[in-house]
Each structure stands twice: as structure tokens, then as C-alpha cells.
Design a protein around this ligand. Sequence first.
Ligand SMILES: [Zn+2]
Ligand SMILES: [Zn+2]
Length: 789
Amino acid sequence: MAAPHPDGAANGRDSDPGSEPGTAHDRDTDPWSGAGPIVKREPAVKLLNPVSGLEPLAWSEDHRVSAASSSSVAVMEVLCDPRSGAQDLLVQRSSIPLPDRVCVLKVGPEKEVQQAKDKLASSKDPAISQAFMLDRVMNPNVGNLAPLRGMKYACWSPLGCDSNGRSLLASLTLDGRLTLHGSPRSLHWSPLVDLTDMYGRMLEEKDYSLPGAEAPLGPLDDPAELRRRYRMQSPVRMEWSGVCTTQEVQTNNECKDVGTVLLAVLMENGDVVIWHFQLPFVDRDSVVSCNTIRSGVSAPSVLAWWEYEHSGRKMSGLIVGSSVGPVKILPVNLRAIKGYFTLRQPVVLWQETDQIPVHNIKCISLFHPHQKCNCSLVVAARGPYVFWCLLLITKAGLNVHNSHVTGLHSTPIISMATNRYAGSIFTCSLDGSVKKLKPIFTEAAITFKQELVALPEGVAGRRMHGIALSPNGAYLALVSADGLVNGQHPVSRNYQVQFITLKTPEEAAAELLSSTIQNLFQQADLLDLVRLKVLQDKRIPPHLLEKLDDKLHTCGTPYPWRLKLFLYRVLYQSRQKASAEAQWWLSHEDTKVFIADEETGEEDSEEPSTAEDPTTTTTATENSNEAEGGAIEEQTSEIIAWIEEMESHLAREHMKRVLGEVYLHTWITENTSIPTRGVCDFLSSDTTYNDRTAKVLIGHIFKKMNKQTFPEYCSLCKEVLPFTDHKQAVCSNGHIWLRCVLTYQACQSLKYRRCLLRDSIARYAVPEDPDWIKKILQGPCTFCDFPLC
Ligand SMILES: [Zn+2]
Ligand SMILES: [Zn+2]
């Protein structure tokens, strides 16, 4: 066994108490002070039920980790909140329960199906009757076997698929029900569509003979045909494509950007069903089309999208792997999506039927430093090996290099994780060893640097079931059960999800600074490492602040301002904690003055032991503490002033953008839901704000408004709501309404959306809103980039 700590499994439990990392003292010291970037983060999240299915763990681009279990999908939202003073990860749990009903596939008229089944069950030939009775797909809930219960697989859509701009979850149960779930409100899940049911109805309408799908084999009472009808709608795995944006010409000749996404579902018979959804996905009406193609792959086990951009052309296809060995890319022709190209014919990446099952496939886009162009790296976990294939389009056509990475694991790989931005691949085998593969380009092809991921204590030695990488590679989540205790298997296993860091805060800060994503929410995993550093040090790393200040004025986008605001908010929290400690210390001192002892309590100790301060030094300590308290207070008020300054900068910049939209989209004097006049007055009345473009814009808008003011009125007392504050509106009778952070309208209804970090609110879009206002309302929070939901 190639476990990193061979004896870890045996004494993992015993060595715990002494080094439990959960105590405050331990965590106040820098966890990265040791060697390497890998540190265990608390808390570990216990799962109520055993994990089930393949690749049970998945990490979404919007920072939600799903764990598929025998009773539900447990969802853990990892929230990077600057207002949380805690040094632990902030994990919010929710869950999507398994449907109550067993999934029954429709294969024909009920009576005929029953007759066909009876015929098979009562067949004199045991080869037919036994095979039929044991077939769990055809017999989900009859016979002596308990129905299959549990999740088989779950996967997250890319960002921007639901009405809040977040990800959707596609989940597949062991009995074959594929559903999409969305989270309309934070921590609430609702089923959006049952795709298994929808596909079954389509098949029924077309009499089980869809163009592109496997052709019928005979009448329904033919066992082969009955089996075919089941297998053609039993999903094996599914995978989301990236979001495709296309332009649609409206009736008024205006172009509108339309987002769509594809979900490819691999069926047991090798058919691939490609669902095409319009975004944002709302309900079954968001389904644009559904096409079936035949892969021709026998015993298909897994699929992945092949997405490749080459000299401005987007290529796509589907990579399908088989449980008997082969891997190939299929062309996917989608006439509906303009600007996307596909292959002329299938490309076989691995053709040997060597009985080594393909467990997982990932496709990574990389830049080839020698060929100076993009290339596509396909990696597949096959048994204990990683099969790789480098695809490159040159003048000579499609170039394919492939090989296997061997000697990685001594048992089959059970989980493989990678992400779009980082080229590294993580693999995990059942014995608990986790390896990292880093691709290194050579002139001809590629080699891989192998590294063992040294799992920290408490993680090492556990029985691993799956791993998942955070979107920017800052964290690795691992789902595991108890390993051996004193060489024995435990009586019952506890399943838990643990988190380890893969980067240091310094590396995370450097990535945030040089980021091309320019969005805090999308980089919240990196941000969380920096948050932790600021909380621990009670200061922002000076070189980070320096570089950020340079960017503030040269960059011209809100991103560096939002990053700085975030860091100051964390800094404020760290000071709150420091100040609370100082105050507690002072009051503590007062009661303890009469106690004499030799030792002096440490200044920054969180829990000074009950007894010990010499009377002689008390006054001095008190004074210094008072002075310290005063200094902290002064610094705190300075921080608050900075926070307010940055918030109003971001608000003013957004107001300018909103006014630009108003100017662009209103042709006559018009009363929109945006308090245009109020925003203009607010910007002009601010003497510290001297922006020429804003002044010019306001001048143009005033001309257009033609002396009209269109004030807002308080819905309770009908008084005018003045625009004196970008966060709230107060009428002369003292009624307070919060302002929408996106449109600045006073939100006078009880229903509104809140920023995930709770620092702002936004109103819901209503059907009367023109498209340009709806578009403004789709934006993220202007202070922090986090979604409003
Ligand atoms: Zn009022
Ligand atoms: Zn916010």
C-alpha cells in the first residue's frame, strides 16, 4: 500500500487528543509556518448517511460542495464572509432529499408491458427468466431485492445558469431519475424539471424510435426490444457544457445576447441525449431542444465535454469512455448554436478493449508554450493509471499524442479532480493516497511531474471516497470514512467532508492581484485564504496593500476597490476581536488587582489563567492596556472611515454606469423606476466628487429630462422621498426604506433580494421593467461582486 503514513491508519485515533487542532491557542499561531501549503481547515462536516455513487463529491464554481449520499445530496456552501471573525471556514449546510417515489421508466402501454414482463418471468428457459428477474432497471421494485435507493451522480452547471446567476445541480438517482435543482433563495432547493420523465414522454410519443437514437429491434414482447427501451432511457452519467453565448436578432432588429447551456446525458445503450437549455433556467419551458446521438461505445461508463478554442474558433465534442477500455471523441453538431464548430468525424483516443474501465474523464485547456497556441489535454482515470491525450490543431490538421501515467497508485483511482484555471490534476485511490500531476510541456508532447499530497493529521489514514477541487485550486475537499482503528475495521463508519488548503495566503494574494477574472465572488476560495491571514495578523499584508493601491488608480475597474473594501472589512473584524479582548482584559484586571503572584500574564493571551498578576505592575499594565484600547479605537474609527469612503466610491461609480444606461435608453422625458433626478442631484451635491464625465453626463440627462423631477413617494404617507443617501431613503415622517444597490430605487415592498454577504439589497425585476433595467438588475452586488438572491 502506498499510503503516505503507513502507520497513520493504525494510530490515527490514538494520536488525536494531544494535537487536536481545534483549540484557540493552536490556531492563533500561523498554520502555514510549517513546511508547504497544505493545512487542514476546520470544520470537518459530518454526513448523516454513507456516500453513494461515483465521484460523490463535486465543487461548484459558485462555491458549493455537493456530497451524494444514500438518502440525499448534502450541499455545503463555503461562504467567504468578511464580517465573520471566525478563523474556521464558514460552511452553510442544506440538502436535497431523494424523491419518495421509485422511478418507473415508461416503455410502452402498461398492459402490454405487463404481458411482456410476465412472459419473460415465466419463461421455461432459466437464462431468460433469471436474467430478467435480476435486472434492476427492468424490475426496480419487484422481486426479493430491496429497491435501489441513493444517489448515483451529481454535477454542477457553470455559473450564470439560474435566475440569480448561480449554478444548477443535476442529480441522478441509482434508480435512474435525472432531475435539475435550483436554489431560488439562499439554502432553499427546489426541483426544476425531471428530465428522465420528460425524455420518457418524448420516446413514447415517437414510439421509441427517435432520429439519431438506437433503432427498434422488434415488437414490445420481444425481450431484446423491451430491454432496449429500458436501456435507451437509463442514464449512466451526465455532464454540463460551458455557457454558450449567441446573438439573437429581435423583431425590432436589435441584437440580444442569449445564453444557453447543454447537458449531455449518456445512456446505458450508448446513446447520448443532448439537452439544450435557455438561460436563465426557470422551468421545463426553458428546454429549447433535445437531440439524441449514437456514440457506438459499448458498455459506456463516463462522458465529458471536449471544449477547445483555436484561433478564435470554438470547437466542441463529447468524449465518451467505456468500462471495457476505449475512449473517443464524438462530433456534436448543433445547428442552433452559431459560432461553434465540431469535428468532421469521431476521433479515437484509445481503442484497446483491455478491460480497464474508464472511471472519469476531464478536459483541460492549456497554452502550449512551444507551439504558441492553445491545446487541449484530455485525462482519463483508467484503473490505477491516468491516460492522457494531447490534442492540438496545426496546419497539418488535428495532432494527437497519447500515453499512460503509470506508477501513481497501487489500487484503482476512485476520484480525479481538476479545474479550468489550474493545469494540475489530483487523483485519489481507495487506499487514501492523493497524488498531484503537473503537466510539463516538452517540444514533442507532455510529461507529468508527480507529487504525493502529504495529507495532514486527521485526514491521512482515512478511507477516501472522493475529492473535489475548489474553483481556483485554493482548497481540496475530501470525503472519507473512518480508517482502521488499531488494525481493525470500525463497527460503524462516520462519513465526513474535510477541507485542506493547497495554497498559502501569499500565493492566493498574488493570484488575486494578477487575476484576469476580476471578480471577487468567482475567486472566493483564494479570497478566503487572504481573509484568514488578515484575521490572524490583524493587518493587511503591507506588500498586498501597496500593490493594490497602485492598481486602484491605474486599473479603472471596480475590482481593486472591491478587493480593498473586502480586506478592510476583514481588518475591521480582526480589530473588533482585538478590542473586545483588550476590553475584556481591562475588566478582568479590575477584579484581579488584589491577587499577587510571580508571573505576568501575556498581553495577547486569549485566556490569561485565573490568578496571576503582581500588584506592583498592575497600574502600569492597566495604563498600557488603556492606551492600547485607545489606539485600537482610533485605528478602528480610521478603518470605518476608509470603508465608508470605498463604499461611496463604488456607489458613485455604479451610479455613473446606471445614469449612462438611463441616457442611452430613454428618448423622451420619461419616468423610469430609477430615481434619475435624485441620483444626479446626489452626485452633483458631493463636493469631494469631481468627475468630469459624470458632470457631462448629468448635463445631458438634465436636458433630456426637461425640468421634470419625477420624485419618489413614500408609500405609507405619500410624502416625497429625498435622495440624500445611497443606502436608504427616509421620508419626512421618518419612514425608512432601503435602496436597491443596483437601481437606487427605494425598495418599498417587503420582498427583496439580499447580497450573499448581506451588505446590500436589490429589488426583484418585474414584468413591466424594460429589458435594460432587467439587465441592470441581473448584476451582482456592487460592493462585493457576490450574487443577490
Ligand atoms: Zn413616509
Ligand atoms: Zn455585497
